[in-house]
Design a protein around this ligand. Structure first.
Ligand code: PLP
Length: 444
């Protein structure tokens, strides 16, 4: 773990001169230099800054923690046996089949089939399905403001964040954004439940105005992650699910962040009984050891697709055997160590209790969370009335927390947390001590 970064300045120079980073303000990063991480064990990372507690599990994904030998061994074994073969040409590999079978057994309801990908979301299946069903007009996709579904042209159009759309001339036509139940920014946190129902009513109006028969699917993150850890108010998700059913719009749960134990259930869809028609998985599927995504499809939809002739979709690496081997070993760990149950019964409640202790802090406007995900909304010195767009207190706060020994994510004016599920109560204390010291210095 005590790895040294050799030639740090040389690496930083090379990085500055040759590497465009994702989601990065390069002008802000270059003067201070890129952080270079060299090692990870459990919830800790090692880099040139020393040891850091990773309060974001990489990027909401390292659910089983860093340095898990079981996954490393499974990957090495698979690479030695068969490093790669696609699932094209009426062929496949054993790990890909075993993973599809396992996900089919684990997933809620009739989500029995998986289409594998390398990461985020997949909307193309929906278009083909609607065409095969004789609904070629149902091409529009409905998502919400503050949604995050990825950054391809289609998924960036689904994402509801201006900075993912304005620079690229997006959204493309046919992508609709309903209000998110973000009660705090609407100033409605005292009656969040009623606000949630108002969002549902506004979504209904949007569907009616557009014409329900033009909308193919509604995508929803059960808890909106990258948009700011927006926890749905009671009754909201059930009402949105009902709405989709009423208008015969496919309901897609984007569980890229929420699946594999993060909220204290294998899938958020089970917690809220969402019975999705499709479910998107990535991140915690392999705990980030290797990139992999899966779109799970209900049996009736899969049957339409399978009877529909040639399925001209998929990637070279769909169902990559090494990634599938990593996913299987990762799920073994989650099961063996009961990390979902532990999140539900032990560390999740403890994490939420410690998070709530920030509620009275003068620099804190709201705390919210569920399971092992949470957020703290930060305030400027003058309080809520002085909060202005572009202050980015979350970015400022996250840098302060980092200098106190923990990585958390700054989003606009909030701090977001999603530590590895293996985190202990002592490590939660340590993480929130760093957070407290960072927030105490927010106004310095
Ligand atoms: C809910 C959700 N959907 C999709 C994605 C896109 O995943 P990727 O970055 O692997 O393409 C993300 C990434 O953060 C996400 O949080």
């Amino acid at each position: 773990m005590e790895l040294k970064v050799s030639g740090l300045e040389e690496l930083r120079k090379m990085d500055r001169e040759h590497h465009l980073h994702p989601f990065t303000d390069h002008a802000a990063m270059h003067p201070s230099g890129t952080h270079i991480l060299t090692g990870g064990r459990g919830v800790y990372l090692q880099g040139e800054e020393g040891r850091l507690l990773d309060g974001l599990a990489g990027l909401w994904c390292v659910n089983v923690g860093y340095g898990r030998k079981e996954i490393v061994d499974a990957v090495a074994k698979q690479m030695q046996e068969l490093s790669f073969y696609p699932s094209f040409f009426n062929s496949t590999t054993e790990p890909a089949v075993r993973l599809a079978g396992r996900l089919g057994r684990m997933a809620p309801g009739n989500l029995d089939y998986s289409v594998f990908s390398n990461s985020g979301s997949e909307a193309k299946i929906i278009r083909q399905y609607q065409i095969l069903k004789g609904h070629p007009d149902r091409m529009k996709i409905l998502t919400r403001n503050y949604a995050y579904h990825g950054v391809t042209l289609a998924t960036a159009s689904m994402t509801g964040l201006p900075n993912c759309q304005i620079p690229y001339g997006l959204p493309l036509p046919g992508f609709l954004h309903a209000p998110a139940p973000y009660a705090y920014v609407a100033g409605r946190e005292k009656d969040a439940e009623a606000y949630g129902q108002e969002c549902v009513a506004a979504t209904r109006q949007m569907i009616e105005k557009e014409g329900a028969k033009t909308i193919g699917a509604m995508f929803l993150e059960p808890v909106q992650g990258a948009g700011g850890v927006i926890v749905p108010p009671p009754g909201y998700l059930a009402a949105m699910r009902k709405l989709a059913r009423e208008y015969e719009i496919l309901f897609v749960a984007d569980e890229v962040i929420t699946a594999f134990g993060r909220l204290g259930a294998w899938f958020a869809s089970e917690m809220w009984d969402l019975q999705p028609d499709l479910m998107i998985l990535a991140k915690g599927l392999t705990s980030g050891y290797i990139s992999m995504g899966a779109t799970m499809v209900s049996r009736p939809i899969a049957e339409v697709l399978m009877k529909g002739g040639y399925f001209a979709h998929g990637f070279t690496y769909s169902g990559h055997p090494v990634a599938a081997a990593a996913a299987l070993a990762n799920i073994d760990i989650l099961e063996k160590e009961k990390l979902t149950e532990r999140t539900r019964d032990k560390v999740g409640p403890y994490f939420q209790k410690k998070l709530k202790e920030f509620a009275g802090h003068p620099a804190v406007g709201e705390v919210r969370g569920v399971g092992l995900i949470g957020a703290i909304e930060l305030l400027p010195k003058g309080g809520r009335k002085d909060l202005k767009p572009g202050m980015n207190l979350g970015i400022v706060g996250a840098a302060k927390v980092r200098s106190e020994g923990a990585i958390v994510r700054g989003i606009r004016d909030l701090l977001a947390f999603a530590p590895p599920l293996v985190i202990t109560e002592g490590e939660i204390d340590e993480m929130f001590s760093s957070v407290r010291r960072g927030i105490d210095k927010l106004w310095d």
